[in-house]
Design a protein around this ligand. Structure first.
Ligand code: BT5
Length: 253
């Protein structure tokens, strides 16, 4: 099956690469058309946030980056990531999989991570771009995950009886991103707040967030109209911006 890009932009396809996000960011230095996709069957240096790595074994996953041109001043990439997370949970429903969003950038199935998103802003002499990197575990069995991930990672295949054809899934991922990107251009987070909140894994959970190096504890009560996390804290209500936060832990209470 051929990969199709509904953005009408190039697809750079690799068998192996260090990181699709890195390649995409390099493309931006020379200018990249909005919607350009970089995809690989394997990554040797898959990246997560804040120096974390993304386990990217060959054949078992989707390692995908899409370049979005910064078209307007208020194109806030953190908000775009929230739209895309919601879209991905809808995409998984095609496989009868119910997933939850762990704000801001993880998709979980029954508490285990199946998909991680790394959005990176890059400013080049050719313009400003956002590279949205998406890693999805597709075909792994439990024993395929390294020991340190076994208790916290899962794959689509482990959660569906539907046969998954990777290229078909990739094409649907691009269509989903296209759809939610266009929704994002026309609306703000408020328009998806209800749907997003219904998919959130954090509502009513006690969490710890690291803001500028300081840990703050509180109970999540929801999201504001901008997609900031609302947390009840001993000194009152605080809103947390995804751009400046590390979620340290989630305890079920
Ligand atoms: C993320 O970071 O979840 C973003 C991952 C983005 C990966 C994509 S793949 C295509 C594109 N090119 C890249 O180089 N990257 C992007 P973070 O929230 O920091 O989570 C990373 C943490 O998730 C690690 O420290 C592990 O604990 C865990 N982890 C690593 N690999 C995993 C996997 N395959 N499945 C589930 N969890 C994993």
């Amino acid at each position: 099956m051929n990969l199709i890009n509904v953005f009408d932009a190039p697809i750079y396809e690799f068998d192996t690469i260090d990181s699709t996000n890195k390649y995409a960011k390099d493309l931006c230095k020379e200018y990249a058309k909005n919607g350009t996709i970089v995809i690989s069957n394997h990554q040797t240096n898959g990246r997560g946030r804040l120096g974390n790595s993304w386990e990217s074994p060959e054949n078992n996953g989707i390692y995908y980056s899409i370049i979005i041109e910064k078209l307007k001043d208020n194109l806030k990439y953190e908000t775009l990531t929230l739209f895309i997370c919601l879209g991905i949970t809808k995409l998984f429903e095609d496989y009868s999989i119910s997933s939850q969003i762990k704000w801001p950038n993880d998709i979980l199935i029954n508490g285990k991570k199946v998909c991680g998103i790394l959005s990176e802003f890059t400013s080049t002499p050719k313009g400003d771009f956002i590279v949205i990197g998406i890693g999805i575990n597709v075909y792994q069995n439990e024993n395929d995950f390294p020991t340190e991930l076994k208790h916290k990672a899962t794959s689509l295949k482990l959660n569906t009886s539907t046969n998954i054809i990777k290229d078909y899934l990739i094409n649907n991922l691009t269509s989903t991103i296209y759809d939610y990107y266009n929704r994002f251009l026309l609306n703000d987070f408020k328009s998806i707040k209800e749907e997003y909140t219904a998919k959130s894994s954090l509502i009513n959970k006690e969490i710890s967030v690291c803001i500028n190096g300081n840990n703050t504890y509180g109970k999540v009560i929801g999201f504001d109209d901008y997609g900031h996390l609302l947390m009840k804290h001993e000194n009152g209500l605080i809103s947390v911006n995804s751009g400046e936060v590390t979620l340290r832990s989630v305890y079920n209470k």
